[in-house]
Design a protein around this ligand. Structure first.
Ligand code: PRP
Length: 208
């Protein structure tokens, strides 16, 4: 039996569809239930930001989460497989027409992803003030809370509709299958078995 942590929303749905492709029907959560038991798997529906936490503490053996979130959280888990879903970038956004000038003093950067932001500017030896927000980050430059934002860009629509544009990409992200380090050893056969089955589905999709 493997316990699988899934992030509520589209990625959970898409992951369960992969399981249905492999094993057939029966991978649907009832209404508001947060646990789904099948003969070989127990699925947990958690917040995206909590997937790696469940896996790191071995409350789940495997999970599905974006590389952006993994990089932000820095928890030590095994990255097994790129699922080629949830593809996005983490980018710096500024008001349209403004230029990124790293020589400017006292730059203020708003972001949900403070660790990725901190690392980016530290690597360039630029001292910035990082303002942690929990969402609607695009607002910050519009009302003068920050000079720029570091945020997830998928279609680019949110930035565009708020008069912002990408001035620099920091990283590309996509959804990964991850595993707990101990489960990876103790339940190696089960983990590798599901890895291989999911990988076969992904490879078939990639060829199509
Ligand atoms: C993310 C991100 C942007 C938006 C980007 O927010 O913070 O606001 O999506 O997507 P787009 O480029 O396709 O417009 P999300 O919807 O995950 O909500 P959150 O702010 O609550 O995390």
């Amino acid at each position: 039996m493997l316990t699988v942590a899934l992030p509520k929303g589209r990625i959970a749905k898409e992951t369960l569809e992969i399981f249905e492709t492999i094993f057939g029907d029966g991978f649907k959560f009832d209404d508001r239930k947060l646990i789904l038991e099948t003969p070989n798997f127990r699925f947990l529906l958690v917040r995206n930001q909590d997937v790696a936490t469940y896996v790191y503490h071995q409350a789940a053996d495997i999970g599905v989460v974006g590389v952006d979130t993994l990089e932000e959280q820095g928890l030590d888990v095994v990255r097994l497989l790129d699922l080629h879903r949830g593809v996005c970038k983490v980018s710096i956004g500024m008001r349209v027409g403004e230029k990124l000038d790293l020589t400017k003093l006292e730059l203020k950067v708003a972001s949900k992803m403070v660790n990725i932001t901190k690392r980016y500017f530290e690597e360039r030896a630029v001292s910035v003030e990082i303002i942690k927000l929990n969402g609607s980050v695009e607002l910050a430059p519009l009302i003068g809370l920050a000079d720029m934002i570091v945020d997830v860009v998928e279609t680019g629509t949110t930035m565009k509709q708020n008069g912002l544009e990408v001035v620099e990409d920091i990283m590309t992200s996509s959804t990964y299958l991850i595993a707990n380090k101990n489960s990876y050893i103790a339940k190696k056969d089960e983990v590798l078995d599901i890895y291989e089955k999911i990988n076969a589905v992904i490879q078939t999709e990639q060829k199509a």
